[in-house]
Write a protein that binds this ligand. Structure first.
Ligand SMILES: Nc1nc2c(ncn2[C@@H]2O[C@H](COP(=O)(O)OP(=O)(O)OP(=O)(O)O)[C@@H](O)[C@H]2O)c(=O)[nH]1
Ligand SMILES: [Mg+2]
Length: 332
């Protein structure tokens, strides 16, 4: 907090708690005096692959969260900030809730469930193209138990399902938990994305913005770059490789203002996976690097140089220390 003492700002208890939790970046902007200004958090929750990250990107109008058909694509909570006249909405992307198979899976669930306790609005996403099942029932129980004052049911991927199927999904989902409102969206086609923002914004509490205007996300550059690299692995490799991969960004430097240089290590669990990732004469790692570089260049608006290495770290997903090292541990 710059120069000013917290007491001088006359923060109320809730604001103080938020600042403790989110750090100074989340401090309410000074001088924000509009009593009609709304500001708050919506968490996107649901099973893996229902389209949470894709909806976040559609809300932002740009890709900042990684997406893929592989379950558990998202491993870290991401907050994305939408500034509108009279309102600041923070959209929180969470890992898909699932039956965990290892220590990593348990942490991912903890990360997602923690958000249910901390937001103003919970958006529970259900995939229009997959029958409502026990996984959704389990998530719904947690949504029902959340103290968030407004709960929104969202049926996703409307572009991929017949209207009758969407209707059936709505009916099945309504039976899972009480919701305050419902919406059918297609993040891919932009259908009802603005309505999603409008509905959620209308149910945020009054108060000043939590993040400075113009700040898109709370993710560090290292996190964003690491995730983009991991996404390209998910999109290019199959079977067990995607789940065994983690990316450590060792260094980011800016040799010039419009140039960044990244050194990163891709962790895998077995030698065979390393061989797949490197590919024949390095063809796979080159493909991954080229695709990641394009995304990084677009996001940062600068020319990027990527130096990727692959390292075997057996069973890292079962190793609590390694999970912590990688920043994948849930906050206690
Ligand atoms: N057709 C269609 N596909 C979508 C839509 N939204 C998401 N998808 C696809 O569904 C898959 C999963 O999307 P994600 O956004 O990664 O899903 P997620 O819920 O964030 O998944 P996890 O991070 O694993 O929990 C991707 O292949 C997306 O392209 C949509 O509106 N329409
Ligand atoms: Mg995701």
């Amino acid at each position: 907090m710059n120069e000013m003492d917290e007491d001088e700002l006359d923060l109320d208890e809730e604001e103080r708690a938020m600042m403790e939790k989110f750090g100074a970046a989340a401090a309410p902007a000074e001088g924000e005096e509009d009593p009609d200004f709304r500001s708050g958090f919506v968490a996107l929750v649901g099973r893996p692959s229902v389209g949470k990250s894709t909806l976040l990107n559609a809300c932002m109008g740009e890709k900042i969260a990684i997406t893929s058909p592989v379950a558990q694509t998202t491993r870290k909570r991401m907050r994305a900030v939408i500034d509108r006249p009279g309102c600041q909405l923070v959209v929180v992307d969470t890992p898909g809730l699932h039956k965990p198979k290892d220590a990593l899976g348990k942490e991912l669930n903890k990360v997602a469930l923690a958000e249910l306790a901390d937001v103003d609005v919970v958006a529970f996403l259900i995939d229009a193209t997959r029958p409502v099942g026990r996984g959704d029932e389990w998530v719904a129980k947690h949504v029902a138990a959340s103290k968030a004052p407004f709960k929104l049911l969202v049926i996703t991927k409307a572009d991929k399902a017949e209207p009758e199927t969407v209707q059936q999904q709505l009916e099945a989902a309504r039976a899972l938990a009480p919701f305050d409102d419902e919406l059918v969206v297609s993040a891919r086609e932009g259908f009802n994305v603005d309505s999603f923002i409008d509905i959620v914004s209308a149910h945020l509490p009054y108060g000043p913005r939590w993040f400075p205007e113009g700040m898109d996300t709370d993710m560090t550059d290292e996190d964003l770059v690491g995730e983009f690299i991991r996404e390209k692995v998910l999109l290019n490799c199959r079977q067990e490789v995607p789940h065994s991969v983690a990316v450590k960004v060792d260094d980011i430097s800016w040799p010039k203002r419009d140039q960044l240089s990244v050194t990163a290590t891709i962790l895998v669990e077995r030698e065979g996976q390393k061989a797949i990732l490197i590919g024949r004469r390095g063809s796979m790692i080159k493909k991954i690097g080229t695709a990641a570089r394009k995304d990084i260049e677009r996001l940062f608006g600068a020319k990027a140089y990527l130096d990727l290495k692959v390292r075997v770290q057996p069973e890292w997903r079962r190793d609590a220390n390694e999970i912590r090292e990688l920043g994948l541990e849930a906050d206690e």
